[in-house]
Design a protein around this ligand. Structure first.
Ligand code: D5M
Ligand code: FE
Ligand code: ZN
Length: 521
């Protein structure tokens, strides 16, 4: 049980209001009497310290190391729980196991040189965060401007590829002309004879395009969503009232995209959907994850990205209250914060909200408000909007909770997007260069002057969650990862046969973009 000692030490420290650096915990766990060592360290840390650092442990342990090393026999007497030096935390139901941490053989702390976390080498930059930038009032004009911005920016990526004309100009051209247009998909209909009619809209008006059922491009029609931006080329009918599609272009990720990588071996854990406050929240799996982060095996994990649904929330779905463990939303965040404190204090955390979180539901969702930030402040996470772009040592990560994935999966055929392969649904968002193309369905949109949901810059990593399924893969060299969750199957999920991937943490090597998955359930 090599993980027990670190877990208890962290629990004890958090219950006394401290965070700890990972190596500090490792060294405490490596002491022959961790309980006594912890007391000595706490006596020695500066009054105002919030984080127990390696140097605090070093200083306190070096002062009387011989005594600690000489005392292993006595530690067996500790577990009665009454004596102050014990690290037993009321949360451990079996204090009789306590001295396990005193067994010197399992100490990562005996080889502390293995752990070399140097925060000075880190570089974390937030490049896209719309928190505090919201200007939308929900008026009609805002919808006009958000769609205009979408068309301008995504259309801009397509305009060099086709010789496009405005909708109104196309209808004035002679029948039989070669024409091209860039626009938003306004409508998709099948005709009586099995062809497809796609109406494109630009700033001047709309124009209908016909995809014939025997053309190659017909395969692409089933992956189109309303409101996405496309370019079409084709031939104008004799009466100039419609054009026959010859080719169809998505804004897409250029095939020449070359991802950036970190200059050193450093890793990031990408997770989401913790759902603290739900009866199905898997505390044991979470604790095992936190414990693992304290081990030497995880020493290169220096970043933790959380893609939304920190808590279960209240009133998110009908009858959800029947499965709540904590009914007050603030208490849910307080409990979540306690779980966050178990993560090594030296790991940089970035988090965005999801549809269960206490921010506006419509996307883009600004980062948590001051009150919630305060509740979650102990670990000092970076709290940004959904979506946001962050850069970790040069590797750009687009974080998006993923509500639109439900829609992509519902609208596209099974082989193109499914809950079993959530990353393939993500590929379509990359291809459309928009995290939530379709307006008016499941995904709610808060219209802003700017369309923050456009994927303007190609990310190196695209990280989503929400569907509670783990999947990852590469699309044109962009690593798409949908993290699983920390919530066991809910009644609703059972009723619709969703079998969640719970208790997994995908870990990305930022120097190679390779992924390994750690399982904690
Ligand atoms: O959603 C987790 C997944 O389950 C996501 O694919 C939506 C789906 N889900 C869960 N509960 C419901 C209800 N009640 N209606 C429709 N879809 C649901 P999350 O939002 O993370 O709980
Ligand atoms: Fe969720
Ligand atoms: Zn969700």
């Amino acid at each position: 049980m090599p993980l027990e000692a670190p877990a208890r030490i962290v629990g004890e420290l958090t219950s006394r209001g401290y965070n700890a650096e990972r190596e500090a915990v490792t060294r405490l766990a490596g002491a022959s009497d961790p309980g006594a060592a912890l007391e000595r360290v706490l006596e020695a840390v500066p009054e105002d310290a919030l984080v127990v650092r390696t140097e605090h442990v070093e200083a306190a342990l070096s002062a009387d190391a011989p005594a600690a090393d000489a005392a292993p026999a006595e530690t067996a007497a500790v577990p009665d729980g009454d004596s102050t030096p014990s690290v037993s935390t009321g949360t451990n139901p079996d204090p009789g196991d306590e001295p396990a941490g005193a067994t010197p053989v399992e100490t990562g702390g005996s080889t502390p040189a293995d752990r070399s976390v140097d925060p000075a080498k880190r570089a974390l930059e937030i490049v896209g965060d719309m928190t505090g930038q919201s200007t939308g009032t929900g008026e009609y004009e805002d919808f006009v401007s958000v769609f205009r911005d979408r068309l301008d920016r995504l259309g801009g990526k397509l305009k060099g590829r086709v010789n496009h004309r405005p909708a109104t100009a196309i209808q004035d051209m002679p029948g039989g002309s070669e024409v091209a247009m860039v626009g938003l998909v306004n409508d998709i209909r099948s005709t009586a004879s099995g062809h497809w009619l796609i109406e494109l809209e630009d700033a001047t008006g709309t124009f209908p395009w016909l995809v014939m059922k025997d053309r190659d491009y017909v395969d692409l029609v089933d992956e189109l969503l309303c409101d996405e931006v496309l370019a079409m080329e084709g031939t104008l009918a004799d009466d100039s009232g419609i054009a026959f599609v010859d080719s169809l272009h998505f804004p897409d990720v250029p095939r020449t995209h070359e991802p950036s990588t970190a200059d050193r071996h450093v890793q990031a854990a990408l997770i989401s959907d913790v759902h603290v406050g739900s009866q199905e929240f898997m505390a044991d799996a979470w604790n095992a994850f936190a414990d693992w982060l304290h081990t030497a095996e995880a020493e290169h994990v220096e970043y933790l990205l959380l893609a939304g649904d920190m808590v279960e929330g209240v009133g998110v779905y009908p009858d959800q209250d029947e499965e709540l463990d904590i009914v007050d939303i603030y208490e849910q965040y307080e409990a979540f914060s306690e779980h966050l404190k178990k993560i090594p204090g030296d790991i940089e955390i970035v988090m965005i909200p999801g549809n269960h979180d206490a921010v506006r539901l419509a996307e883009p969702q600004p980062g948590f408000d001051e009150e919630l930030r305060e509740i979650m402040s102990a670990h000092d996470p970076r709290i940004v909007s959904n979506p946001s772009m962050v850069t970790l040592e040069g590797v750009s990560v687009l974080m998006y909770h993923g509500v639109s994935l439900d829609e992509v999966i519902a609208e596209l055929p099974e082989d193109k997007a499914s809950y079993d392969d959530p990353h393939k649904a993500m590929y379509h968002l990359l291809k459309k260069r928009h995290v939530a193309p379709q307006f008016g369905g499941h995904t709610r949109l808060a219209p802003e002057e700017e369309d923050y949901l456009v994927i303007d810059e190609v990310p190196d990593i695209f990280h989503t969650g929400h569907v509670h399924k783990l999947g990852f893969g590469k699309y044109h060299d962009v690593l798409a990862i949908n993290s699983g969750c920390w919530q066991a199957q809910t009644d609703f999920q059972k009723s619709v046969n969703i079998d969640p991937d719970a208790g997994f943490a995908p870990i990305v090597d930022l120097d190679t973009l390779d992924v390994t998955v750690q399982k904690f359930s």
